[in-house]
Design a protein around this ligand. Sequence first.
Ligand code: SF4
Length: 327
Amino acid sequence: MNSAVLSPLLSLVDIAHQFSIGGGVFKKAQALQAVRGISLDIRQGEVLAIVGESGCGKTTLAKILMHVIAPSSGEVLFQGQPLSSLSPAARAAHLQAIFQDPYSSLNPRKTVGEIIGLPLHVHQRMRPSERRAPVLELMERVGLPARFYGRYPNQLSGGQRQRVAIARALILKPTIVICDEPTSALDVSVQAQILNLLQDLQRDLGLTYVLISHNLAVVEHLATRVAVMYLGQIVELADTETLFREPKHPYTNALLQSVMTPDLGAGIPDVGLGLNYPNALEPPSGCAFHPRCPNATSRCATEAPPSVFTVGRQVACHFPSNARMAK
Ligand code: SF4
């Protein structure tokens, strides 16, 4: 798919968000800058992956996209209109989410049919008697037999529960689905089945996905474009093939080296980076990656690199072409 010709569906405009940590009678609260300076277009029909280590800000960004939290500054636009100006029903019609853990995201007291049909009830789309047919149609589409309609989540396997969660996310026919680590809680044997299902649904229904993941094998399988985050900022953004073939940022390069480790579920290991992930309450000066970067110079410690746009790529590094020198 040539993502260069796709039009923006969702736009993040200079998004920043900070949390207040601690604080009390004798102690001042500290500001944790979870995301900063993020501007990004999400194009119709693409699968945009947001990757990075735990604490990089990708989950906060996903919550901003889902309108679960409002950014401290900046704006999210849906087709040019502020997302915050849409009614909850309109937002739900355009934006849905699939979460990591199908065990906790499904109500154990509701049947499969009730869970999948609930958004139709909440948003008053149909009379109760009319809901069964579209629910059964969607169940068939996601690979759930009709006999599961009256079953409860505890009677299903992990993969079947995630299929229920996918059907629930699609029942309102959204245009964008936020997929937050959609396979990381599943057995390895069913991960590929769920990934293939997500891929088929995206293609057949013309969906746009935002994929939040630390698993680069999943990202390479599903994504058409990848944004790499480090300490709340996007450090590299490129088409998947370009990024995996020729990473320009030293951090992206280190992440790609980590794909070779056998335990993908354990998170991204520090391949050749030496130091641990920095404390977000005390971000390093200059380029935030400089304490761990094998290519850092004295300039990197004092001067933050701007995000530079070239054909098909955006990278924030003073010496982007040096990425491969790190290994
Ligand atoms: Fe490394 Fe310097 Fe580039 Fe930052 S700006 S990634 S420290 S080379």
